[in-house]
Design a binder for this molecule. Structure first.
Ligand SMILES: Nc1ncnc2c1ncn2[C@@H]1O[C@H](COP(=O)(O)OP(=O)(O)O)[C@@H](O)[C@H]1O
Ligand SMILES: [Mg+2]
Length: 222
């Protein structure tokens, strides 16, 4: 059974008279343990696809199965529970809370999940260690470079040890060295058993993936 399976999924936006098929009859499967890169021009539907895979959005047509289970009739609460237990998200713009330290940023989603203080500390510190930032735990985002902030965001995504990592252009705002750091971390996460799906414009990141899916005008072209 595939971890992720889309069957004839469309997502349609209405803009005045025009209907835009952000996704147009997309079918695809991703297996457990795969590292997949989604590539394509700006506006081609990549983020829409990732948002559906991450249960942040739902298809207008077609079916999405996560772990063999259709998400179609799930309530907002159930979707949120699935997101929290299954998926770690990483975005291009880090989305850290500026007034919290690196440690507190990583710890916050664990707090929302009701995990005890001791366990939170253990999980958050080990996630920061995994991205090589143990020494920076007490720093605020403004005291960190862009690359370090993205590594904190990755630590936050992996702290609860989700089996699936979804990243929307995670290296889009980074210099070459930080880009390489982030690529290395994502590759290592995949090698330790996580399924990773990244959207990227970067050739290097696309190259380390096992598989590349290209979309154009809402359709998978290869
Ligand atoms: N909330 C929205 N409302 C209207 N149109 C949208 C919305 N989100 C995305 N779109 C349109 O859907 C298409 C795909 O967008 P998106 O998935 O963000 O592409 P990409 O991530 O590849 O740049 C674009 O034409 C975009 O303008
Ligand atoms: Mg996008």
């Amino acid at each position: 059974m595939s971890l992720l399976k889309l069957c004839n999924v469309s997502k349609i936006y209405n803009q005045g008279e025009n209907r835009i098929f952000a996704l147009d009859n997309v079918s695809m499967e991703i297996e457990n343990g795969e590292f997949t890169a989604i590539v394509g021009k700006s506006g081609s539907g990549k983020s829409t696809l990732l948002n559906i895979l991450g249960c942040l959005d739902t298809p207008d047509r077609g079916e999405y199965y996560l772990n063999g289970r259709s998400v179609e009739h799930l309530s907002e609460n159930e979707l949120s529970r699935i997101r929290n237990s299954t998926i770690g998200f990483v975005f291009q713009s880090f989305n850290l809370i500026p007034t919290l330290t690196a440690f507190e940023n990583v710890e916050l989603p664990l707090k929302y999940r009701g995990i005890s203080k001791n366990e939170r500390k253990c999980l958050a510190l080990s996630a920061l260690e995994e991205v090589g930032l143990s020494e920076r735990a007490r720093h605020n985002p403004s005291q960190l470079s862009g690359g370090q902030q993205q590594r904190v965001a990755i630590a936050r995504a992996i702290a609860s040890q989700p089996p699936l990592i979804l990243a929307d252009e995670p290296t889009g705002n980074l210099d070459t060295k930080s880009e390489n750091d982030v690529i290395r971390i994502l590759k290592r996460l995949n090698q330790s058993g996580r399924t990773v799906v990244v959207i990227t414009h970067g050739k290097k990141l696309a190259r380390v993936a096992d598989r590349r899916i290209t979309i154009s005008d809402g359709r998978i072209t290869h």
